[in-house]
Design a protein around this ligand. Sequence first.
Ligand SMILES: [Zn+2]
Length: 117
Amino acid sequence: MYVNQNNNPKELLDSKNIDYRERGQELITHCIFNDCDADSRGNEAHLYINADTGQYICHKCGEKGGMKGLREILGISDKTTSPLVSNSATTTSKLATKYHKQLPLNIREWLKIIVSC
Ligand SMILES: [Zn+2]
């Protein structure tokens, strides 16, 4: 038995904070393709995902596929680093530069003194 993080349907759902129920080898969750479960009550859900293979089928809209499709709809690429994570890191460093430039001059001088000590 092998466990590959990117090939584990549970890990994919967990990483997107998608709630699901487990029934045997099946993960049952609200449809992530259409609004199939917009009017579902309680535990009702239409998307069934095989916990081992990632094969999924929605019993309402009929959407089906495998791990590849799951990763695509959830925005998870095959690469180890998610594009979402690297984007937010870039944004953060840009903001840091922006705020640094907005610092009053005297504080910047003071920071320079600290650094040079
Ligand atoms: Zn559906």
